[in-house]
Design a binder for this molecule. Structure first.
Ligand code: GLC
Length: 436
């Protein structure tokens, strides 16, 4: 009996010891390895750290190429791409559900320029400052607007991967001279619709979602209005904003846009354009590479690009773009940083610019001959300056609430349920209680 008791005790102690060793060598918490993935041989069959990188659907295919290139050059880390919804708002909600539950199922994920404050405040993302310092990342080489969009409470919560700004793309085989004002665009869209098999004069993003907010920001600014003034006070109720939004509503209801334009996000618009269905499109810079991709596009070589038409004040592009952040609950934080550093660094951004047509936030790439060859309009200094001058959406930890107010009221005006004046008045009231 005694011997049995001793044996049981010894066996119990052995199990306890194994459990303790396993716990202390696990890769959780904030532990950092000294180089690529050294910290986390645990939990993977081939001794590799397995990371999941989540981002919205990438119709260009460039992201998979970055992941493949990273995996090839980093023997200890294996990154798997997880595709999230393309619609920024739906993608946002999917991350919030996961991160609210403190899930570690994704390690690195993409963050729209309008989310960092909210995600930082909610504690979803890991501040990157110590990694940046340790690896001497030169932040002065990044687009400063994009970089500061990823800062909150004095910390850097993400690194920008690319910068977006609204542009006008057109069929240069049909358009003699790109329209310089919205009035000119409406005329040309009406007259050219039907030429060369096109069904539409113009396509843009009019669905009730984040893309509509970007289009609304552009119309408001083009006619001299603003949503918040420089003190952060609600300033939307002005004749200028009303005029801008009236132009948006007029275009959304015109017979040269698809009858179902209020279901159009970037994906529906880009598809209509590359299938040769529309003369003009408002989209982000990647539309260039996609339109000229011979495998995907029917209009390769026939595309021109110009600034968005001006209202009676100026031409205004909304500032967009995506950044990469680390999930605070990731079990592989150092490896996650290694991947993020690659993705948002010169190598990842170069692949994204060449294969995906995204405008780099790492500014030296605007001097890179291969990047310029793939995207000739990046050579245009006005375009690069335009990225800096692009109009930001309001910056706030409760940006989603602000966005929702704009989406709902602008959609009602497009649907004719309320006048633009009524929509603007309602937005003013609702924004005032959201922006405190
Ligand atoms: C693009 C922009 C992003 C914006 C979204 C709206 O992805 O980069 O900032 O929120 O479009 O659809």
């Amino acid at each position: 009996m005694d011997r049995l008791k001793h044996f049981k005790l010894a066996a119990f102690l052995l199990v306890l010891m194994i459990a303790l060793v396993a716990c202390s060598s696990g890769s959780g918490g904030e532990s950092e390895g000294s180089s690529d993935g050294k910290q986390a041989e645990e939990g993977s069959d081939q001794g590799k750290v397995k990371l999941v990188y989540a981002r919205g659907r990438d119709t260009t295919g460039a992201t998979q190429k970055i992941v493949d290139s990273f995996n090839k050059s980093h023997k200890n880390i294996q990154v798997e791409l997880r595709e999230m919804p393309a619609d920024s708002g739906k993608q946002h909600d999917a991350y919030v559900t996961m991160l609210n539950a403190k899930s570690s199922e994704i390690d690195v994920f993409d963050v729209d320029v309008v989310w960092p404050a909210e995600f930082a405040q909610a504690g979803y993302t890991l501040p990157l400052d110590r990694f940046i310092k340790k690896d001497n990342i030169d932040l002065s080489k990044y687009n400063q607007g994009a970089l500061s969009a990823a800062q909150f409470n004095g910390k850097q919560w993400a690194l920008p991967r690319y910068v977006d700004a609204g542009l006008l793309f057109y069929r240069k085989d049909l358009v003699d001279k790109a329209p310089e004002t919205w009035d000119e665009l409406t005329k040309q869209a009406k007259n050219l619709k039907g030429k060369s098999g096109t069904d539409f004069g113009y396509v843009f993003q009019a669905k009730q979602y984040e893309g509509l907010v970007c289009n609304a920001v552009e119309f408001i600014a083009a006619y001299g209005g603003e949503i918040l003034d420089d003190k952060g006070e609600v300033a939307i109720n002005s004749q200028d904003s009303i005029q801008g939004l009236k132009k948006l509503v007029e275009i959304a209801n015109a017979d040269y846009v698809p009858g179902n334009i209020t279901t159009f996000t970037e994906v529906e618009s880009e598809t209509a354009f590359i299938e040769g269905e529309s003369v003009f499109i408002r989209n982000w810079p990647y539309q260039w590479a996609l339109s000229n991709n011979k495998e995907k596009s029917e209009i390769s070589g026939k595309v021109g690009v110009a600034p968005l038409p001006a209202g009676d004040e100026k031409s205004a592009a909304a500032l967009g773009g995506w950044m990469a952040a680390i999930n605070k609950y990731s079990e592989h934080k150092q490896a996650a940083w290694e991947f993020l550093k690659y993705l948002a660094g010169p190598k990842g951004q170069k692949i994204m610019a060449i294969e995906g047509g995204k405008a780099p936030s790492y500014t030296p790439l605007f001097e890179d001959s291969e990047v310029l060859e793939a995207n000739p309009f990046f050579k245009n200094k006005e375009f690069v300056k335009g990225l800096d001058a692009a109009v930001s959406r309001p910056v706030a930890p409760n940006y989603q609430e602000i966005s929702e107010i704009i989406q709902v009221n602008v959609s009602k005006a497009i649907a004719g349920q309320v006048s633009v004046e009524q929509a603007v008045k309602k937005m003013e009231q609702e924004l005032k209680s959201a922006v405190k």
